[in-house]
Write a new protein. Structure first.
Length: 177
């Protein structure tokens, strides 16, 4: 187990971009539809703050999701995501993102939970699944978070990246005084 975590930490040291799925990762996977066509999702404030901490040290975050919604755009704006991309062919978007940010695949961490995410997880330098992910996604990931999607899983990964890169104190300095 320690050897596996050591390998995950080595991968985390190389990360220059965090890419996220939404439903089941940034949320617990539930979607609530109102009578007037509105859609509600539950986001975790800890996840958003973890992304803010990554941004603070220069690691941008992008969202790669299949479903286009205004709620996702709004949440991305809240934590200052560097981009929100919509397409069922997530690998096509992933390729565009790494080209745009001038990165190698090994410099990207992707967190996913369902089969649409598998093509990216197989290519990302640090492939992460949430424990509520489907079995095939957990099996092809380098790391499975302790926290569930929408319940702090993204924050767990943000903290792991910051600590592996020895930038935790820099990112959180103003709060640790």
């Amino acid at each position: 187990m320690n050897e596996m975590m050591d390998a995950v930490k080595e991968k985390a040291k190389k990360i220059k971009l965090l890419a996220l799925d939404v439903d089941g990762v940034l949320t617990d996977g539930r979607i609530i539809y109102g009578n007037y066509g509105d859609e509600l999702k539950f986001f975790n404030v800890h996840d958003g703050f973890g992304i803010v901490l990554l941004n603070r040290i220069g690691i941008p975050t992008v969202i790669i999701t299949a479903k286009k919604t205004n709620i996702v755009k709004r949440r991305a704006r809240d934590f200052r995501a560097s981009g929100v991309y919509y397409d069922h062919n997530k690998l096509k978007i992933f390729n565009r993102v790494i080209k745009k940010f001038k990165l190698n695949e090994e410099e990207v961490c992707f967190i996913g939970d369902d089969l649409l995410d598998m093509p990216i997880l197989k290519r990302a330098g640090l492939a992460v699944a949430v424990p509520n992910a489907v079995e095939e996604i957990r099996a092809c990931s380098h790391y499975v978070t302790k926290n569930k999607g929408g319940k702090g899983a993204v924050r767990e990964v943000c903290d792991m990246i910051l600590k592996a890169q020895k930038k935790w104190e820099v990112a959180a300095l103003q709060y640790l005084r």
